[in-house]
Design a protein. Structure first.
Length: 321
């Protein structure tokens, strides 16, 4: 009788442990990554971000992954919801062009803490250790290329306007600093106005419309992105002016067409398709090996100067000739 009681006690003590072990195995199995790469970009209508998303999607599917494309509209709350979606679907990785340099790190940290590796492209976060890699165009290097060409076209003198991007976007500040690292070396280059147009073509049109009324002798406009350059050129056309130099940054197809038509004078091509492809390839390597194999988290890829001489050699942010 005593023996039976001892056996029953031992069984009752062991069963909970067995159940806990089984439950732990089930939980671990439930947390295994899917074959899904979640690709998040700011805007589905901007050709820059469309090319970026398409390049990431094509490369991911070539490597055998399913893809989910989504946009956050530069809204950190929407970005947060999309990160939650990635977590709930046990994504294999998140490939993202972030919404906001200040708010996005907290959103991305939740994915990292959930065991989902994050790979940034285009816009960088100023915090290390959250993303496994950040594939960034060298915005400062690109801005110096654009500024050197702008100064040359201006003949090293004259009034100019700078259109700046969103203050919340790190790239806006980096590009502006790159511009001024060159332009400020020329004392006869006079900045008549420096205003944000928030990467917007409509806002750029309004800003330049007002600036040209107040400063009819403006000789050039240097822009933090191509969308603002298109707005600036439209405002110049509407004012009936000609001969004002316009410099962009990004290399989108609409600006390439404008350059070949003799309107916008130049731009700086970002290798954003390359950044997107590399982000996916590093994600694939990390998923398979546990490492990206890269010594640094931030990987800078050089930008290229686009002028009327080589504008026809690029399309979709990729060199075609």
């Amino acid at each position: 009788m005593l023996k039976r009681i001892l056996v029953m006690v031992l069984v009752s003590m062991l069963l909970p442990a067995a159940f806990l072990a089984a439950a732990g195995e089930q939980e671990a199995a439930g947390q295994e990554s899917s074959n899904l790469m979640v690709i998040i970009t700011p805007d589905k209508d901007n050709t820059f971000f469309t090319a970026e998303a398409d390049a990431a999607k094509v490369r991911a599917e070539e490597l055998g992954y399913e893809t989910l494309l989504a946009v956050h509209g530069d809204d950190p709350m929407q970005e947060s919801d999309l990160i939650d979606t990635a977590i709930s679907r046990n994504a294999a990785a998140v490939i993202i062009d972030i919404a906001n340099a200040d708010a996005s790190p907290n959103n991305l940290r939740r994915a990292t803490n959930a065991g989902i590796p994050v790979f940034c492209m285009d816009r960088e976060i100023n915090v290390t250790g959250i993303a496994k890699a950040q594939l960034i165009s060298d915005n400062f290097q690109g801005a110096t290329l654009g500024a050197e060409y702008f100064v040359e076209l201006m003949g090293e003198k004259g009034k100019y306007v700078e259109l700046v991007g969103k203050e919340s976007d790190t790239n806006a500040g980096v590009r502006s600093k790159g511009f001024h690292s060159i332009i400020d070396q020329y004392p006869d280059m006079v900045m008549a106005a420096q205003q944000t147009a928030n990467w917007s073509q409509t806002e750029a049109y309004s800003v330049i419309e007002s600036v040209l009324q107040a400063n009819p002798d403006v000789k050039g406009i240097i822009c933090g992105n191509d969308t603002m350059a298109l707005g600036a050129q439209a405002a110049i056309d509407a004012a009936g002016k000609s001969g004002i130099i316009v410099m962009g940054f990004d290399g989108n197809d609409n600006v390439l067409d404008s350059i070949m038509q003799g309107k916008i004078d130049g731009t700086v091509m970002q290798p954003n398709a390359l950044n997107a492809q590399m982000a996916v390839e590093l994600a694939d390597k990390y998923i398979k090996t546990g490492s990206t194999g890269m010594a640094e988290e931030k990987i800078l890829n050089n930008c290229f100067l686009i002028t009327p001489e080589n504008a026809d050699q690029w399309r979709g942010f990729t060199k075609i000739k």
